[in-house]
Write a protein that binds this ligand. Sequence first.
Ligand code: BG6
Length: 489
Amino acid sequence: MALADFDLILFGGGGDLAMRKLLPALYAHDRNKQLPQNARILCVGRHAWNRETFLDVLDKEAKPHIPTAAQEPDIWKNFCARLHYIVLDANDPHSYQPLVAAMRSNPDLTRVFYLATPPSLFAKICHNLAEVGLTNAHSRVVLEKPLGRDLASAQQINAEVGRVFSESQIYRIDHYLGKEAVQNLLALRFGNILFEPLWRREWISDVQITIAEELGVGKRIEYYDNAGALRDMLQNHLLQLLCIVAMEPPLSVQADAVRDEKLKVLRSLKRFTPTTLAHDVVRGQYRSGHVNGTAVPGYLQEGAPADSRTDTFVALRAEIDTWRWAGVPFYLRTGKRMADQLAEIVVRFKPIPHSIFAQNTSTFQPNCLVIRLQPDEGLQLNLMAKTPGDRMRLKPVELELDFREQFKMPRMEAYERLLLDVLRGQLTLFMRSDELEAAWEWVEPILHYWEQEQTEPAPYAAGTWGPAAASALIGRDGLQWREEALPEI
Ligand code: BG6
């Protein structure tokens, strides 16, 4: 579907996200000839830059994020011609006049306001846009995460933004939903008959969802120390993945059909009690260590206050109180400075009930489906098979599907996909306000517990799989995290 002409107004247009992700993604679309001839990108920011300075910054900060093979001078020149830079103080409605003057007045033009700014500015910017008359029925607003820092602030953002834009005009980004492998999970579940009968408590023993990063917090310490892993990753990315794994088949892939089902999952998550908060949630903070053989400092040496209790790791055990899932533990885990860079969902099936072979059932590895999101995208299904020879010996084997190998086609980055969806007006991969609030409602008791109990995060050495308490959390159920169960190579 060809895109209709648009003006994309990028607040935070000189910022990190714009330079690293958004502008490279738009360049990729331009290179693929997906942008309408007259489409424009108006970058808005506080820096008193003129056009030349902005283009210099773009050259230094955005270009390195475009693959070298995709950097073509003519296309870059054409892309830069679409870009404009406007100095604006988001808080001050008077400073919006240059933006007003720069806008095209065609009433049918799609206007997208992308707010890549701190959430504390969302309400103010929307209000100011309305006040200076820039919003209309063809406007859309994109809100970057974090969407608040607790339930009350998320509700407030939803209410204030909702005064200016209707729900169908609001695109709340969770870039994990734009990843190919996440959409492939939808294809796997609802494009095949094979898994659906098994996708329930009768056959599944547990589900593990891990997003592990090797990187530390780097330059983002100011933001991160106020957020932590629970707010930065678990409340959004991990819970969204859990929703896609656990939701009932939606009526269609229409936005509300999918979002209704995800909402039901979030509302069915078993609420924490004081006991489960103490036992089923682990928070950690990295100390110095070695990642891939390189010595790296601890979190407190990276500019965090010496007494910071911010979580750079969180692991928890969740349950979903529905007929399909009651009693099946979902283990969620995420952390910075971990042993590996990976994102995966592991669905482990129950053991066979009885062995007809001379082999003891304990030597049978239960079947396991691994959905890999990162670094490579793929599926792995672990089965038992007979080893060649005259004896009936069974051994675990792996069926592998590597999506890159299978589909030798250019990949689309998550932000590329999501930006296209915004421009096309497709809301399926964006969060609805009630989903966002339900996710906050569920995690908020953890935040309160950490504050009230004044508990310290458990230390873990950089380059490991997190604190020992995280292994103990899953070990209590007689299980192991997948990486800990894998034989050492
Ligand atoms: C962001 C978090 O939402 O996701 C970052 O704010 C994190 O802290 C990033 O590093 C991880 O995303 P990805 O796509 O690199 O796994």
